[in-house]
Design a protein around this ligand. Structure first.
Ligand SMILES: Nc1nc2c(c(=O)[nH]1)N[C@H]1C(S)=C(S)[C@@H](COP(=O)(O)OP(=O)(O)OC[C@H]3O[C@@H](n4cnc5c(=O)[nH]c(N)nc54)[C@H](O)[C@@H]3O)O[C@H]1N2
Ligand SMILES: Nc1nc2c(c(=O)[nH]1)N[C@H]1C(S)=C(S)[C@@H](COP(=O)(O)OP(=O)(O)OC[C@H]3O[C@@H](n4cnc5c(=O)[nH]c(N)nc54)[C@H](O)[C@@H]3O)O[C@H]1N2
Ligand code: SF4
Ligand SMILES: [Mo]
Length: 686
């Protein structure tokens, strides 16, 4: 890799392994007024759930380190965890603001709640329930209160125009889980701590720290895999930080993974009996054809090696869910796990047994109960594809946006930017004025992660080991501040007074998130309680994943089988294809204003192979114009041998060069998920 960030990422692996413990990114700052106090908690910035050890004094953070006694993260921390302090102390909204002709004006919470409810109710009365739209961003799942109370508030709105970051992310996983296993969150997790063969397709856990696989300290777990004689193979169009520590890395042409995976399934089935409904689907897919389309050689050997391993697990993440055949990829990955006997057994793809049963508190799924009004796109689990949001504005007259930035994170953000400016009303729940919330009439800022209690309802249920942890707020919230849940409680109770159709449901908002967690823990399969968890400040170890037994296993659901039959029509892509990229010291569209994380080289550059640069008459560092069917951006190009020829890479979430000005909302996976990788582009001198 040609940039400094990758270097840093590599050193994580090295130091982590040598020290035999997590890397210490700890930072000490601030003045010690009295006696520093040690406190424990968890980081909520990504899915890894790292345990943290804080030194605090007089209401200030002195240092943040990884908690070596946390049974899941074992001391791991990344630079973002340390930046929790900057998020807490840095510039952000602390009181509600209202947009006026002269700019933003601070208003009281009471005024703000009244204004928001008044406007939402008026628009619903005039235009109907679906005239109020909702977008929930990624940090929603990392905030206990946003989950417990935000979702209740949204159900009071009774709108079909619900959107979230799900459809630019893991929608294919949820669809496949619901169709194959009977619940959208019954998603198999790699048993990385026991497997002999880890196949990673379109994921970069060295940087992302794992996703739909909560895996803090990935580098150490990978080292342990090697020490016990296991192997890791990575399939990715870029030689990523994860690919660099793999035993084998295969470059693949973006968007063609379905061909690779179906061919692998075919090879495995040569030696396995049964599964006729799958055999029929993969029969037309030959290894030779798949190799010509994907650019991957040795597919037969890879499939045979996978099948022959004592235990093996295939895992694919955003690189194979946010692409043209996302649902087929996620299906074929699970088919590989099933037909090699690796589903639901140690060392394979397993299910968690969390202390709070996520399956009990979420819907099983369900699809196509309604459609978007312009393009007729199907709903899944109550949400429409966010790629349709911009075109639905018009019918939608008001938006509620919480913890998100769809102008930078969803396809053709430029179009959404314009559409948002035509709304009659918008409210944002967010501590920041970003490219999206700047369109709001009112912004309601919640407390920070250090000021609130946390129990992770989602990521314990997607982790590589069963643990449970309660993280009490590090600091009391300042007078006048509101938690996410208090904001939604107030909005919900006031709203329900006007529309009494869901009044009873609104009363649920009166329970605090911790009370809800306690009830869920007590009634969960492990019969724990908040009291028990409070006695274990580092977290409670509930052991490795255990076989679960499935009520349902539909190996070839019709919807996915039909989609898989289309894969044979694929041709080898021509021209340049754009893929994304994540950086260790960045987090989607936010945290780009934290000096501790952003120092060093700029990161929003376009990666391109030197041969392609030459072919285009360009040089390293040139300013280039990147064009797609949806739009264009200007970027600085950086040469690297780490990217496959024919592929260019741009990270998302940067206002100055937004990758989502190039992604096309017209092109979707069958699940309704956006296609963010494998976007055809041209590159020329700017
Ligand atoms: N091209 C391309 N696009 C992508 C991706 C890609 O790989 N390539 N990745 C996609 C993925 S996986 C995702 S998840 C999305 C993310 O996209 P979004 O979810 O739309 O955006 P984020 O950048 O996560 O927005 C975070 C916002 O939440 C606010 N926030 C932070 N904490 C809290 C909190 O506790 N409460 C509240 N109310 N607000 C909070 C922040 O201030 C910030 O404004 O982007 C997607 N877009
Ligand atoms: N530091 C950091 N950590 C994060 C985030 C962050 O922004 N920064 N975001 C968090 C979020 S919201 C999420 S969802 C997770 C995502 O977690 P991951 O999916 O592990 O993260 P990515 O880095 O997006 O990895 C996707 C990989 O897919 C590859 N890829 C692109 N197109 C294709 C393709 O067509 N085929 C194949 N086989 N590979 C392809 C990319 O090169 C990239 O290496 O990360 C989370 N963790
Ligand atoms: S890896 Fe994720 S959970 Fe761990 S410290 Fe970094 S951002 Fe926080
Ligand atoms: Mo995500």
């Amino acid at each position: 890799m040609s940039n400094a960030v990758a270097g840093r990422g590599d050193s994580v692996a090295g130091r982590g392994r040598l020290a035999g413990a997590g890397v210490d990114w700890g930072w000490a700052g601030g003045e010690t007024g009295g006696v520093a106090e040690t406190r424990f908690g968890s980081c909520t910035l990504c899915e890894a759930l790292c345990g943290l050890e804080f030194q605090v004094d007089s209401g200030r953070v002195l240092s943040i380190k990884g908690d070596r006694l946390d049974p899941l993260s074992r001391g791991h921390i990344c630079p973002k965890g340390v930046a929790l302090q900057d998020l807490h102390e840095g510039e952000r909204l602390r009181t509600p603001v209202r947009k006026t002709a002269d700019g933003w004006e601070e208003i009281s919470w009471d005024e703000a709640f009244d204004l928001v409810v008044e406007r939402l109710a008026a628009i619903r009365n005039e235009h109907g329930r679906n005239a109020v739209g909702v977008y929930l961003g990624n940090p929603t799942v990392h905030s206990l209160g946003a989950l417990t109370h935000g979702t209740t508030f949204l159900s009071l709105l009774r709108t079909r125009n619900r959107f979230s970051a799900t459809s630019v992310d893991q929608l294919p996983h949820q669809l496949v889980a619901s169709l194959m296993f009977g619940h959208q969150f019954l998603i198999p997790i790699p048993d990385i701590d026991r497997t002999d063969f880890f196949l990673v397709i379109g994921a970069n856990p060295m940087v992302s720290n794992g996703s739909i696989m909560t895996v803090p300290d990935f580098a150490r777990r990978r080292a342990e895999l090697r020490e016990r004689g296991g192997r890791m193979v990575v399939v990715d169009p870029r030689r990523t930080e994860t690919a660099k520590i793999a035993d084998t890395h295969h470059f693949i042409r973006p968007g063609t993974d379905a061909a690779l995976l179906l061919a692998m399934v075919g090879v495995v089935l040569e030696k396995v009996e049964g599964y006729d409904e799958v055999r029929e689907i993969v029969e037309p897919i030959t290894v030779e054809w798949a190799e010509s389309v994907t650019g991957v050689t040795g597919i037969r050997a890879l499939a045979q090696e996978f099948a022959a391993a004592d235990t093996a697990v295939a895992y694919g993440r955003t690189g194979v869910s946010t692409q043209a055949h996302g649902a087929v990829c996620q299906w074929a990955i699970q088919v590989l796990n099933v037909i090699t006997g690796n589903l639901d057994r140690p060392g394979g793809a397993m299910f968690t047994k969390p202390a709070v049963d996520l399956l009990r508190i979420t819907s099983a799924g369900g699809r196509d109960r309604w459609r978007s009004s312009v393009r007729g796109l199907s709903e899944f689990a109550g949400e429409l594809p966010v790629a349709a949001l911009a075109e639905e504005i018009g019918g939608i007259r008001a938006m509620v946006v919480s913890a998100g930035n769809p102008v930078l994170s969803t396809p053709d953000g430029g179009k959404l930017d314009k559409a948002l400016s035509t709304l009659d009303f918008m409210v944002a729940v967010d501590p920041k004025i970003n490219e999206t919330t700047k369109h709001a009439d009112v912004i309601l800022p919640p407390t920070t992660a250090l000021e609130r209690d946390h129990y992770d309802l989602v990521f314990h249920a997607l982790a590589v080991r069963n643990t449970a942890k309660f993280s009490p707020a590090l600091f009391p919230k300042p007078a006048g501040a509101r938690h996410d849940w208090e904001i939604f409680r107030e909005l919900g109770l006031r709203y329900a007074k006007r529309f009494r159709d869901k009044w009873f449901k609104a009363q649920l908002l009166r329970l605090s998130p911790t009370r809800i967690v306690d009830l869920l823990l007590r009634t969960g399969s492990r019969k724990l309680s908040l009291r028990t968890l409070k006695k274990h400040p580092h977290g409670l170890d509930l052991g490795p994943l255990t076989p679960r037994g499935l009520d349902k296993l539909d190996i070839a659901p019709k919807f996915l089988a039909d989609a898989a039959r289309e894969v044979g029509k694929m041709t080898a892509p021509q021209g340049l294809l754009l893929i994304g990229r994540r950086h260790l010291r960045a987090n989607n569209s936010w945290m780009n204003d934290i000096p501790r994380l952003t120092k060093g080289k700029a990161r929003s550059h376009l990666l391109m192979h030197p041969d392609d640069l030459k072919g285009h008459g360009l040089g390293d560092g040139d300013s280039v114009r990147v064009r797609s069917a949806a739009g264009e951006v200007t970027a600085t190009v950086a040469a690297t041998e780490d990217i496959m020829p024919g592929v260019v890479s741009l990270p998302h979430g940067y206002a100055e060069v937004s990758a989502n000005d190039l992604t096309d909302p017209a092109v979707l996976d069958v699940s309704g998920n956006a296609v963010l990788n494998g976007v055809p582009v041209t590159v020329s001198a700017a």
